[in-house]
Design a protein around this ligand. Structure first.
Ligand SMILES: *Cc1c(COP(=O)(O)O)cnc(C)c1O
Length: 358
């Protein structure tokens, strides 16, 4: 299907659950007034006990306009294209709640991929259809995916760079899926800043069915503040705003996120260091006898096939070195997923692996 055909034939309301279309959202006090004599929200007028300068006795903004504007400028979209939530996981959860009727609708995933797509679907009683990535290059099988679509398939989840394999999906394959899939296509870009690929975020105004997930958990180094970002059309973002908890993002998180956007130099420099260490770590791993294969990675981790992966995983853990065993995932027999560390951390890992295999 051509891009133009897609945008004209796409009908968002046909995909949204009827109860969500009819939803009258909770109207929070801080939506109307945030200044004046505030006796409207049953906050504690005597202040917060730690005397924070952030007025923590007051509810946060339900919409965080400053932060969303900052994010929009950064990714060259409009603030109306930006939703912020408690990690990407909230974005996934909300999309399921908006589009998928429990016990009836289905999502499509492409294993091996991020486990939360499945867990969240299980929580909501949404059925999952799976079309495996290709065995050797971990690419989505476009024809098979489109063949697997049913009348109840609402969402396709693509993760690029993919966790746990580390590779990006070919842009042409993704474009074909976005243009031909009859539902919502979610592109999870948690690792995009470690990649040479361009983000799809700026295309959400071209493709009305495209949703892009990003997060401050990885490249920004802020997993602890729990801030996830969803980019989509104004209409989809409106639905997310309607369905979210009224005050999902707290003041402390929003404040820290804004501070981080003033530290883009440091973020860029850490990304560069991680990319450099990624290639150093690869070279070091290649020297180790039990290492069978190291997959290409555009993320901050390497997927590595080793002899007796399960045993190696355990022996590393016994030495206090924790990696992720991924050998239970399809096409991933005997693999470990190893996060790129600092030079010191990587050397500790390498010397432990050498000791284990002597
Ligand atoms: C780490 C990761 C996330 C991040 O989730 P948050 O809830 O934002 O911390 C999202 N998607 C993938 C594929 C990930 O690996």
């Amino acid at each position: 299907m051509k891009k133009e055909a897609m945008s004209t034939s796409f009908n968002l309301e046909k995909l949204v659950r009827p109860n969500i279309q009819a939803l009258k959202p909770y109207h929070s006090a801080r939506q109307d007034f945030s200044e004046g004599l505030l006796l409207d929200a049953n906050e504690n007028s005597y202040g917060d006990p730690i005397r924070s300068s952030q007025e923590l006795h007051r509810y946060p903004s339900p919409t965080h306009p400053r932060l969303r504007k900052r994010i929009a400028q950064w990714r060259r979209v409009r603030p109306e294209n930006v939703f912020i939530g408690v990690g990407s996981d909230e974005g996934i959860d909300l999309l399921y709640r908006i589009f998928c009727t429990p016990g009836q609708d289905r999502i499509l995933t492409t294993p091996p991929t991020y486990g939360m797509y499945r867990v969240s679907a299980n929580i909501h009683d949404i059925a999952i259809d799976e079309v495996l990535l290709t065995k050797d290059h971990f690419q989505p099988q476009v024809d098979q995916i489109l063949k697997a679509v049913t009348d109840h398939t609402k969402i396709l989840l693509l993760c690029s760079p993919n966790n746990p394999t580390g590779n990006t999906f070919e842009r042409d394959r993704m474009r074909e899926l976005i243009e031909s899939f009859p539902g919502i296509v979610v592109v999870d870009e948690a690792y995009i800043d470690f990649s040479d690929e361009e983000s799809w975020a700026s295309e959400v105004n071209t493709y009305p069915n495209l949703v892009v997930l990003q997060t401050l958990s990885k490249s920004f180094g802020l997993a602890g503040i729990r801030l996830g970002i969803t980019f989509a059309s104004d209409a989809i973002i409106d639905y997310m705003m309607k369905v979210k908890a009224p005050y999902n993002v707290n003041k402390l998180t929003a404040q820290r996120a804004l501070e981080a956007f003033d530290k883009m130099d440091r973020i860029a420099s850490n990304i560069a260091k991680i990319k450099k260490q990624r290639s150093t770590l690869r070279q070091q791993l290649e020297q180790i006898a039990i290492v069978r294969h190291i997959y290409p990675s555009e993320a901050n981790f390497l997927l590595v096939r080793v002899d007796h992966a399960r045993k190696i995983y355990q022996k590393l853990a016994d030495r206090g070195i924790i990696v992720r065993y991924r050998g239970n995932e399809p096409h991933c027999d005997d693999t470990l997923r190893i996060t790129v560390g600092t030079p010191e951390e990587n050397e500790r890992l390498i010397s432990a692996l050498k000791q284990l295999t002597e």
